[in-house]
Design a protein around this ligand. Structure first.
Ligand code: IPM
Ligand code: MG
Length: 434
């Protein structure tokens, strides 16, 4: 595959991923190595800047912009469930504000996904939603899921909507950063000296592996007992394209790539390791290592600073990115990007829909705001606007504002709306750096 594709996909610097329901209300952090973050938000980003920053949308828009001189973008909004509508509203306000200041036009179209879509249309991902997404420049998703749909049959579960969206848009590369922000270092459940300076990027394969492999289903064994089964399968081309994203991401970061597998047991992992090793020859500047997933889970807690970029398959990436996010203290701070080879990508917080605090003005909107910043940076190539939003978020933290998930002694506890207002004020004041 072309390196442009990999480069395109290889980028984010902030957030991470996971949608553990309820996590937003009860967890802490997002991170970047102190020495790199301290100077300015620009510094925070520089090492993640892609060689080719032009994501698909950029291409789609190029003609339009060239003709009109206008930067105008169609954004699909997928508020989803739980706290989704509250936090996406804050992010849209932030986008509107930055748009008016930076002369960027956004047109927003909202569509249904997850539980909200099930209730309204009987499907977790209505065809119309996919159509709207495909016709837009980028997708901003909030969160899906909730108790209400927890006992639905699998085709009627909100998660199905999310998986269908990833598959439907071919978003094969999921970038989940775990960066410990100096402001939030004490929000981590691990000791300061373990997490201070942690800056990891998990590159997770998102449209293959055991999540999508066939055969799958329920059956009966020879004893007549019911069985359930899934298939963990990767083709060479699937491994190669995600591995390239991993290598190119590492090139732009600390130059270290750790490929995580279970090659001591699984054939699928043996092929994975073989391909990644082979491709490694094309990236002599990247220090490649391999680690079994069980060991990786342990090392992430024991000595997380040994990691720079991690590349792994769908299910291992699901698990390890949740774990990595907790190093940072708050999953409520972590954005993520799911990027296709072409077409619109999906930008979303790592956290879930937190139905336990939905509608109570308690959710942390910062991961959603940072996801919007990632969208600007990586999908629309609007780096200045992204920098400014990130600076405004850091300034809100510097000023001591905290939602419940990242609260600590002496700080100012605020709700979703107030946190959004503070970020907007910082934007209006054109906060540059700290
Ligand atoms: C995630 C989530 C999803 C996944 C679920 C909600 C389907 O855990 O994005 O990490 O397993 O990929
Ligand atoms: Mg997950």
């Amino acid at each position: 595959m072309s390196s442009a594709v990999a480069a395109r996909a290889a980028v984010p610097h902030t957030g991470l991923t996971t949608r553990s329901i309820g996590a937003v209300g009860s967890s802490p952090a997002f991170s970047a190595p102190i020495h790199k973050v301290a100077a300015s938000p620009q510094n925070l980003h520089s090492k993640f800047l892609p060689k080719v920053q032009q994501v698909t949308v950029g291409k789609q828009n190029a003609a339009r912009i060239a003709m009109s001189g206008e930067r105008s973008y169609k954004i699909t909004l997928l508020p989803g469930d739980g706290i989704g509508p509250e936090i996406i509203k804050v992010a849209v306000d932030v986008l509107k504000e930055i748009g008016s200041q930076e002369d960027i036009k956004f047109s927003f179209e909202e569509a249904l996904v997850g539980g909200a879509a099930i209730d309204e249309t009987g499907s977790p991902l209505p065809e119309k939603t996919l159509e709207i997404c495909r016709g837009s420049d980028s997708v901003l998703l909030a969160a899906i899921g909730g108790y209400k749909w927890d006992n639905n049959p699998s085709h009627l579960r909100p998660e199905r909507g999310l998986l269908g969206l990833r598959a439907g848009l071919n978003c094969f590369a999921n970038l989940r950063p775990a960066t410990v922000l100096p402001q939030l270092v004490d929000a981590s459940s691990l000791k300061r000296e373990i997490v201070e300076g942690v800056d990891i990027m998990v590159v997770r394969e998102l449209t293959g592996g055991i999540y999508f492999g066939n055969p799958k289903g329920f059956g009966k064994n020879e004893k007549g007992e019911r069985t359930g089964f899934n298939t963990m399968i990767y083709s060479e081309s699937e491994i190669d394209r995600i591995a390239r994203v991993g290598f190119e991401t590492a090139q732009k970061r600390g130059g270290k790539l750790c490929s995580v597998d279970k090659a001591n047991v699984l054939e699928v992992s043996q092929l994975w390791r073989e391909r990644v090793t082979e491709l490694g020859k094309e990236y002599p500047d990247v220090e490649l290592s391999h680690m079994y997933v069980d060991n990786a889970a342990m090392q992430l807690i024991r000595a997380p600073k040994q990691f720079d970029t991690i590349v792994t398959g769908n299910i291992f990436g699901d698990i390890l990115s949740d774990e990595a996010s907790m190093l940072t203290g708050s999953i409520g701070m972590l954005p993520s990007a799911s990027i296709p080879e072409s077409g619109p990508g999906v930008y979303e917080p790592v956290h879930g829909s937190a139905p336990d605090i939905a509608g109570q003005d308690k959710a942390n909107p910062l991961a959603q705001i940072l996801s919007a910043a990632m969208l600007l940076r990586y999908a629309l190539n609007e780096a200045t606007a992204a920098d400014r939003i990130e600076a405004a978020v850091l300034a809100a933290l510097d000023a001591g504002y905290r939602t419940g998930d990242i609260m600590s002694a002496g700080m100012n506890l605020v709700g979703t709306k107030k946190m959004g207002e503070v970020v907007l004020q910082n934007l209006a004041q054109k906060v540059v750096s700290r």
